[in-house]
Design a protein around this ligand. Sequence first.
Ligand code: CAO
Length: 579
Amino acid sequence: MTIQTVVVPDLGGAETVEVIELGLSPGDSVEVEDSLLVLESDKATMDIPSPATGVLTQYLVAEGATVKVGDAIAEIDVAGEAAATDVADAEEVEQVSHQPAADSASESESDSESDSEPEAKPQPSAAQSSAEQMIKVPDIGSDDKVDVIEICVAVGDEVNEGDTLVVLESDKATMDVPSTHSGKVLKIVVAEGDKLGTGDDVALFEVIADVAAVQEPAVKQPAPAPVAATPVSSETGPQKAAAAVSAASQPGAVQSAPGQPAQPATSPAEPRQNNAASDIYAGPAVRLIARELGVELSQVPGSGPRGRILKDDVSNFVKQVMQNKDTPAAAAGGSGIPAIPAIDFSQFGDIEELALSKIQKLTAANMQRNWLNVPHVTQFDDADITELEAFRKGLKAEGEKRGVRVTPVAFLIKAIGAALQANPEFNRSLSVDGGHFIQKHYCHVGMAVDTPRGLVVPVIRDVNEKGIWDISAEISLLAGKARDGKLTPAEMQGGCFTLSSLGAIGGNGFTPIVNAPEVGILGVSKSQIKPVWNGSEFAPRLLLPMALSYDHRAINGGDAGRFMTYLVQLLSDIRYLAL
Ligand code: CAO
């Protein structure tokens, strides 16, 4: 076993740097140039690559530690032939330092090759040939120099045409500088914080090209052709198309709407607008993994120092999405909505996990779907139900004879039916493509019922053709079946509008969520006696607080105002219900 100690290399002026990411675990195999850990100064982050192929035996520092040039940071058990070669070196020099990628520009080419190339250097296949090529900054559309904010590759990386090499940032935009060739990075001649302009050198490449393509001027041309956001068209070759797709999938690249082709751009080094992606705090290795896994880093909560996104954060995010993919109310939101972070609550006290019932899962999924799809507006009013309640209480004796219990909910459902008839805008659904309304000529009203297993909404059909006795009987029947878990699917389908009554429970008001594809829902709270000015004095009146939520794609505020005013009128004087 030959242990090689890795030390902090020349930091390019910084006295101390912070260890912000330990990318591997002890026991992991490493190849020469694999990133071991990431250091960060005030101005830049740098990957520290492995100087040898072997096994990482241990890190000698922890994340968050501050280190300086020459500090020992990791130990590698050097493998096989490499070990044999390195033993001699190790006898002379106990510690081996390795230049960070950004500093490798200062190395001579021969040094660089002798230090970093593994013994078993992959040779180009017989069908390939290689040539060196300096990749330069394409036309950035301005004579000004802009900052290098990120180096996305390291010396030794094999990159494809179109892969981002560095990211530049001006006052207004960030832009990727993509590789114009496929090949291996020999040298990076810029560092984070440098200023670059059109035509400046970025990285030296060993370009791998098909023999047939070696003659192509692209390999020999000193100035690279611009490839950022290459347009995808039927005339574009597969390689170019792949490069364009790759460019479009870069963090922060302009994304096309679903179903739309990638946004074409013919101008060189097309800048992208500054957006959340440019604020993402993650190193090149993490960005590479995210790109490979198709993870949008803007959705990944960072657990590293100052919110930096670590490799573990990306894998935890993927794990969470995979675990939740069959869960209706997945915590990982759709529509690009950031996921709610997973938290270990047991760190704060005792907990237990309770499974959701099937109804609770369905409710959660439906609520989320409706909340995200429907632009809600909620309008409030009070109905004076003093006379209604007096009348209802007067029905008690007869109700007992009939075996029917009459509650305010029956009057509400009857009044909703009449209001739907007078205001047909509320008795519509919007077609899925948003192109037309479906006007309903029937009048079925859903009633939210609170049950131990969750919320269900049985539907009372043709309420306009039924009287208060029949509606009351149906309320009791359906609410009883709901609580006993005996409702059939048919009894929960076909609603035009929903009533959610929390009157028996309490509260001044709430904003119900529209039960799409219906376009309106009425939430009623507990009625209370309040003083109301009658023109000459305050009189005690029983007021019922009501909240009407509606889908603003289908309903205008005026329609909602008329619906609510009509409903208040019907409930305040139920004689109108007979008209
Ligand atoms: N203000 C004051 N009292 C009210 C009232 C109101 N708005 N509405 C009903 N009440 C009274 C009733 O009159 C009854 O009292 P009496 O027996 O003295 O007349 C009492 O409250 C109990 O009523 P109930 O709950 O048994 O029956 P209901 O017809 O009022 O309600 C139902 C039926 C199914 C709507 C109700 O039981 C229920 O499940 N409500 C919850 C709905 C819900 O969860 N909505 C939220 C959905 S979104 O999360």
